[in-house]
Design a protein around this ligand. Sequence first.
Ligand code: SAM
Length: 248
Amino acid sequence: SATLYVVATPIGNVTDITLRALHVLSLVNAVACEDTRNTATLMGRFGLQKPLIAAHQHNEREAAETLIARLREGERIALVSDAGTPAVSDPGARIVDAVRAAGFRVLPLPGASAAVTALSASGLVNDQFYFVGFLPAKAKQRENVLSSLRAVTATMVFYEAPHRILDCAHALATVFEPRRQVVFARELTKMFEEIHRCPLAEAEAWIKADGHREKGEFVILLEGALPEDGENDAEADRVLQVLLAELP
Ligand code: SAM
């Protein structure tokens, strides 16, 4: 019966697609996707061909209407993005929201997500993490966002475009304590996968050490604030109070 399936797809290695995703993609009437060419290629790898409906960040509202009209006809529709889990730093949330509001069933199919994949192999304490996603592109705004995260104790998760990776590492090193651990998870599940962990102080040098590193896709994980960081603030405050009391 009429259902929207939210289907995660691989983030690099095509064999990471799930059996259930293939099953659902083979039974739906149409697939709503971020980029029809990408999705046609992915489905072609598995011998699947379906009507494709463009549903990207610039037409989500209209796409939602199209999908709802089809669901009213009793169709089953899959929603995918270019890579990983739809609606996570990807289009899809508005569509899901509209489809739910229209009263239709929404079924998620779990699968690859770059954030969770990076966390799983980082060795950082991951009982708590804070998903930041993409930072603003403008330096000032980026620094404001980072400054607001100084006291976060959970591991922070950032997505970054390759051409901004060096700027991002620089901004992190400016705002956070240099001894915090940072993990660069690059090209996950792909041929040139690299997962590198180092103190923030060494991050820029690591990126510059190999020209290839400013290419490819990155998840960046940053260790949360350590208990001592707060104590340092408290100690600084205490000293400040003592000094202020001495002022005439
Ligand atoms: N919806 C996707 C997910 O579930 O992870 C994220 C899509 S977002 C537009 C793309 C960003 O995800 C990239 O800029 C990068 O930060 C991260 N990413 C996607 N694939 C990756 C990979 N194979 N290795 C490292 N990072 C990746």
